[in-house]
Design a protein around this ligand. Sequence first.
Ligand code: GUN
Length: 297
Amino acid sequence: MTDNNNSGIKKKIIDGRLIAKEIESSLSGKIAELKNKGVVPSINVILVGDNPASVIYVRNKERAAARCGILSKKDIYPQTIREEELLNKIEALNNDPLVHGILVQLPLPSHIDERTVMEAISPSKDVDGFHPMNVGKIFTESPPFYPCTPYGIIKMLVHYGISVKGKNCVIIGQSNIVGKPLAVMLMNRLAAVVSLNIYTKDIKSFTRKADVLISAAGKARLIDESFIKEGAVIIDVGISNIGGKICGDVNFESVINKVAGITPVPGGVGPVTVAVLMENTVKSAIIKSGINIKYKI
Ligand code: GUN
């Protein structure tokens, strides 16, 4: 499937902005219904330090919340904050009935134990889906909230009619945020799943067999056409800043003629991740309010 003209390339783009818009639109009626009954869906974001990438991610989340009519509050703490102070803040948010979602932006400074912090968030407000209780429930397909990036990837595949049943799905990167939960979600959908990491020998021998290749390595332009087979679908989760230009793990120009579909960076996985976060927040508000609003998430 080679195609050099622009419309051919366009057809191969898995458009994250479009899918994010659809997810956000699907929330508007539910948010209006909640507000009619006096419930304003709300998310509280905690940002520690001034990591430039985290600042941008948090800003994108705030903007999405504003677009959707979700109340977002942000607490910014210095890099030097003590773990105990952070835990006290989380406890206060856990106990605040007006807060439906709590998100602590990662990474945290090295003197703070990320696991302890994630476990301090009430599973019922864990709109990131990072609490071990929610992570465990991915196995049984029953968490209140699926983690946003892997679930966003599933939504993108579904939107474009890409079934993973019986397909070879290869994931580069085994983080708790993306690689591991995504592997289980793909297994739940009857894919053959291979998990790779930076220590894997001869990565290409695996990636060349992938029907669906997901790269979450965080290594700019790692993947070129020599890594992939003809007709593969590529999901690029990487975000690197190279000389002020945002680029993914995949060398787009090198692979575009060989792939059946590809997520661009920017405009691919990122916007869908944020939209799923909004969806999780609305879901939490619905569950917590006890109002009878149907949702399918
Ligand atoms: N850092 C990078 N991605 C994420 C995410 O999805 N949630 C949080 N909380 N931190 C992140």
